[in-house]
Design a protein around this ligand. Sequence first.
Ligand code: PLP
Length: 401
Amino acid sequence: MQGREDSATAPGFATRAVRTGHHRTHEAEHSEPIFATSSYVFASAAEAAARFAGEQAGNIYSRFTNPTVAAFEERLAALENGERCVATASGMSAILAVCMGLLQAGDQIVASRSLFGSTTMLFNKYLARFGITTRYVTLGDLAAWDAAIEPRTRLLFCETPSNPLTEMVDIRQLAELARRRGCLLAVDNCFCTPALQRPLELGADLVIHSATKYLDGQGRCVGGAVVGDRQRVGEEIHGVLRTAGPTMSPFNAWIFLKGLETLELRMLAHARAAADLAAWLLAQPAVERVHYPGLPDHPHHHLIGTQQRTGGGILAFEMRGGQAAAWRLIDATRWLSITANLGDTKTTITHPATTTHGRLTPQERATAGIGDGLVRIAVGLEDIADIQTDLARGLGPAPTD
Ligand SMILES: *Cc1c(COP(=O)(O)O)cnc(C)c1O
């Protein structure tokens, strides 16, 4: 952050979200510039040599570093309260870079059973090929995490709340377990963002983001990030990215920088609307069960207000009548977006069993708790009454023919 005066106190979250990472160029631009350049010129052959040798700091090539991407990294690190952030081409490449940077053949991951579909796929199909195995446990069952850890376990991996069931784990307790057993804890913080939850402050070692979701906030770009300490993130994980290449484009970094500026406002509005919608769905006879951390009957409701500021913007619910009822509901909506994305100003509705989790085997889906009647809604910023009206079209009794 560039300030005119020294401040005795660190800037607050909202200030960091708007200002951190912007170091104006000599053009004195007010908005962050987009450095659309693949490479950088040196003043002399000696300077080029010094840069390549690592003796002089500075940009060389945009696969290694780029000032717009660096601004995004600095800002997100400040919001997550981490030492370093590296931006990636997508959320999945952030997870891949963590695994490639920190693990080797023979290592084991212990992960929560309820993960984003592609994460499970990455672990089971691709990492397994390179000798990295994964054991799965129930997210909130700390005794199961403890029992699953073996001497070769190096990484504990979870999402909290999970996608799409909004299961949670006590991050403090899981981080304590990781430390005691000599493992690292990585938390995919996609659902909460640092506006609602900061896993590093609770003891996690690494935070992973799909910037595609709430950090962008308007469904424009695909991107990701890893935040953590200087050595692991700045050296080991960044090393994978600069060598293998799944880095963030400067244009996308600029979009995400703008997204971060309104992150807290949006997250609080999404969460307010989701809490209203959860209560409303609970009262619908066609709905069997609602999964939302803000509801008092959620098994981890006690973590709201301590670990996580609010229940967040995403909920899932089970329709009586399985897939037919879920599809009927989705198809009856007129303007809710039928899309797998989430974290958008536009409300999105998804049938996880046949989309995000469709590539899992029926057995894998069953263990992940993804039922055929499950519907996920990522609540946007429209008027809540209109969202309810659109959903009500498909919540009545099924037409008989
Ligand atoms: C979307 C998502 C990812 C993957 O991010 P991409 O940007 O799509 O690669 C990972 N974790 C969670 C929880 C997600 O929702």
